[in-house]
Design a protein around this ligand. Structure first.
Ligand code: UDP
Length: 485
């Protein structure tokens, strides 16, 4: 039986102000709307404006018949601030000073619930684990709170073990031996070396602001009513069991990209032609270009939405990729090569494209999920961001990993050693290594095909009726309804 609108659960979703958490949390938001819940999606104003500029999000959300609400909060920084990855902790601090009072007003009903008579009061909050301060606001207002950790769960487990590594003396590293084995992480014995730990472990964890934020995040997880993870049991079951010991109410509902597509298909709804949550305009011309390339011959190269590279690193990649003789599609974001001016970007890409037009295409931003799923793609040279990794797993495409920060060092180790889905280039950036790995991933694809196909199938099964992620999503929706009573 349908509830009258005022009894319908209303979830406030608050992602980190970064492309990838916005991507995965928007997918969760749509899944909750499909289940009949009201959702308010709260972006920073800066990112909200980028979404509106680069996508058709409003018309897409119309299908949810007034249950999907987009809102924004100022991050407290001037408009012209570049908001780079290096400034991330400053952005978080600035946002906190504005978001805390803003959320108090939202939860007390002084904000947008009165904008529309159709919007019920917020009955549950889902926010990123780094917004642990929102817990205080939610607890004070008596609103249930669920964390969503959008990083790789295998890395979340490593985060949870960092206090133990410090206690046993494994951190800080002795003698800077990056190849020494890490012994005190249950479930990862014989797998991780010091170089596979999150990047802040190479610095003084006690003095590093990023490390402190992570420790605070982990400490607060048990306070939340639940923890959502973008993964599936068949991929990370053993780590989920370990995380479970510290967060008993776990919902592993991924891969969300696939879960949303599957649910829409099950309800016989078509995904609109251009589904995009991108902060940059997607250049779909690459899809026609891919149509004209032979099956599984193109290496796709992208380092995600945050990573910048130096000019020297760019040259190593350029020579390595060109010398490999393979076909390639390369995303170079405006401003992502250090020292290069934004206004030079288009001319720079034009020149590169002129030099390599027989075999390659270089663009500023592409519809990545469609690209990775294209039959011409034979491999993915990635920075091992969690969304990119999941998208590659769904498509059954092997990876070359060049990790940099957050969860990427741990993820890339699992990609190469546990899931046998590719090669880990960690801590090197050398043209001959790149050339060899690109050639190997395309020409010796059969080494990875079996594992890649198997995991891709398991991902599909997990979100189909009766699959582990499908069951966990139903449980999450049921629990939100109960918490909202
Ligand atoms: N992405 C995209 N087009 C591009 C490059 C990336 O749509 O040209 C998307 C990609 O599909 C993924 C996200 O950007 O969903 C990047 O997230 P990830 O977790 O891999 O890395 P991050 O950006 O957080 O470093």
């Amino acid at each position: 039986m349908d509830h009258p609108d005022e009894l319908v659960p209303h979830v406030l979703i608050f992602p980190l102000p970064i492309q990838s958490p916005v991507n995965s949390m928007l997918k969760l938001a749509e899944l909750l709307c499909l289940a009949g819940l009201h959702v308010t999606f709260l972006n920073t104003k800066h990112n909200h404006n980028r979404l509106l500029r680069c996508t058709n999000i409003h018309s897409r959300l119309d299908q949810y018949q007034g249950r999907f609400h987009l809102e924004n909060v100022d991050d407290g920084l001037p408009d012209e601030d570049p908001r780079t990855a290096e400034q991330f902790t400053e952005i978080l601090d600035s946002l906190q000073s504005v978001a805390e009072p803003f959320l108090t007003e939202v939860l007390s009903g002084e904000r947008f619930s009165c904008n529309s008579s159709k919007r019920p009061p917020v009955t549950c909050i889902i926010a990123d684990g780094l917004y642990y301060y929102v817990l205080d606001v939610a607890e004070e207002m008596g609103i249930p709170f669920i964390f969503f950790e959008t990083i790789s769960p295998c890395c979340l487990w490593v985060y949870m073990c960092i206090p133990k590594l410090i206690e046993t003396g494994e951190l800080p590293f002795k003698g800077n031996d990056l190849d020494a084995e890490v012994k005190s992480i249950p479930g990862m014995e014989g797998l991780l070396r010091c170089r596979d730990l999150p990047d802040f472990c190479r610095r003084d964890c006690k003095a590093d602001r990023g490390a402190q934020l992570v420790m605070e995040e982990i400490r607060n997880i048990p306070r939340a009513a639940g923890l959502i993870l973008n993964t599936f049991e068949a991929l990370e079951g053993p780590f989920l069991s370990h995380i479970h010991s510290q967060a008993p109410n776990l919902y592993a509902i991924g891969p969300l990209q696939l879960h949303l597509k599957t649910k829409l298909a099950a309800q016989s709804r078509e995904l609109p032609a251009a589904v995009s949550n991108s902060f940059w305009v997607e250049d779909a011309s690459c899809l026609c270009w891919l149509d004209s390339q032979p099956l599984k011959t193109v290496i796709y190269i992208s380092f995600g939405s945050l990573k910048n590279i130096t000019k020297d690193e760019f040259l190593e990649f350029w020579h390595g990729i060109v010398n490999s003789g393979q076909r390639f599609l390369w995303v170079i974001r405006p401003g992502s090569i250090n020292g290069q001016k934004l206004e030079q970007h288009d001319d720079f890409l034009k020149e590169l494209n002129e030099d390599t037009k027989e075999r390659g295409l270089i663009l500023s931003w592409v519809p990545q999920e469609e690209v990775i799923g294209h039959p011409a793609i034979g491999g993915f040279l990635t920075h091992s961001g969690w969304n990119s990794t999941l998208e590659s797993i769904i498509a059954g495409v092997p990876m070359i990993c060049w990790p940099c920060y957050v969860d990427q060092q741990v993820t890339s180790r699992l990609v190469s050693e546990t899931w046998t889905l590719g090669l880990d280039m960690k801590d090197t950036c050398n043209r001959s290594i790149i050339e060899k790995m690109v050639r190997d991933i395309i020409e010796r694809r059969c080494d990875f095909d079996q594992c890649a196909d198997k995991l891709s199938k398991l991902a599909r099964q997990s979100v189909a009726a009766g699959g582990s992620s499908h069951i966990d999503l139903d449980r999450l929706i049921g629990d939100i309804k109960k918490l909202s009573l």
